[in-house]
Design a protein around this ligand. Structure first.
Ligand code: OGA
Ligand code: MN
Length: 293
């Protein structure tokens, strides 16, 4: 048996895992993260994330500090450039919300309403995110997740070969201008911290070696080295393929859910809700990753 297979077995023994779809995602049962996980449990969680790409842990009544401490177990944390949406006590926590306090939004509303992988616009994007539901609407506001391993493996072989050497330009300023056209533009400092970056269109998972499709809506500006029209068409085709139903898991949030996903091999997208009627408050930590290859 290979070392990986033995490790996977140990992990299955330590964690009670239930698959969420035939292709990817697992619910982890029986863990209460108010007790800091032991090193062995943390290793099992990381192993499970490598295997399943997405983990759901329901009913986690953790504090901000516990959320941050747990996240640190996965790696160094990234601090978002939109500083106005970080919690006062924990700059590692980025808030997504439609709620305003004292006339100021406490979180970024309509963040992630496009298919994307977190911080793909950084030279070293996030390896994974941990999103904790604080308050959720009774209907709407599901989050869709898609397996980019499944998407890549689901492409015809000639298409896989065609796109494997390609690189694409990811642009935060481009995304921001499209997603938040009604807001003040990014400051010079924020722009300086988020220059456009070049990423491979096909990524290799650093832990498993498995390939995945690395694209995204709005954030990916262009594919390099192709005629603009051909590049735009290819990008549109890949973005459409990536989110086919068979690659997608829909998460219906309950308060206190914690969802952990691997940004190296998944994309996700928010869905709308009645933001006049309902409050939504979500806390995200973002674990730093390596340069994609
Ligand atoms: C995120 C994100 C989508 C949502 O937290 O990174 O894109 O449904 N969230 O809140
Ligand atoms: Mn996101």
């Amino acid at each position: 048996m290979t070392a990986n297979a033995i490790q996977a077995m140990n992990c299955e023994q330590l964690l009670d895992l239930r698959p969420l779809t035939p292709g990817f995602g697992a619910e982890v049962l029986g863990l209460d993260l108010r007790d800091a996980p032991s090193p062995a449990t943390l290793d099992a969680l990381k192993q499970a994330l490598d295997t399943h790409s997405l983990l759901v842990l329901r009913a986690q009544h953790i504090s901000e500090t516990q959320h941050v401490e747990l996240s640190r177990g996965f790696g160094d944390l990234m601090i978002h450039v939109l500083k106005q949406f970080l919690t006062a006590s924990h700059p590692e926590i980025y808030v997504l919300s439609n709620v305003a306090e004292n006339g100021k939004p406490i979180g970024n509303h309509k963040e992630g309403w496009n298919w994307h992988s977190d911080l793909s616009y950084m030279a070293e994007p996030s390896m994974g995110s941990l999103l904790h539901a604080i308050e959720v609407p009774p209907e709407g506001a599901d989050t869709l997740f898609a397996s980019m391993h499944a998407a890549y493996e689901g492409l015809p072989v000639d298409m896989q070969e065609r796109i494997r050497p390609l690189k694409a330009v990811h642009s935060y300023a481009g995304y921001y201008g499209k997603a938040f056209a009604d807001r003040a533009p990014l400051s010079e400092e924020q722009k300086a911290r988020t220059p456009d970056v070049i990423q491979p269109v096909v990524r290799t998972h650093p832990s498993t070696g498995r390939l995945s499709l690395y694209v995204g809506q709005d954030i990916v500006k262009e594919i390099q080295g192709l005629e603009p029209e051909e590049g735009a068409q290819l990008l549109a085709d890949l973005n459409a393929h990536a989110i086919r139903d068979e690659f997608v898991y829909r998460h219906q949030w309950q308060a206190h859910d914690l969802v952990i996903w691997d940004n190296r091999c998944t994309m996700h997208c928010a869905t709308p809700y009645d933001d006049n009627a309902y409050r939504r408050v979500m806390h995200r930590t973002t674990v730093k990753g390596d340069r994609p290859f």
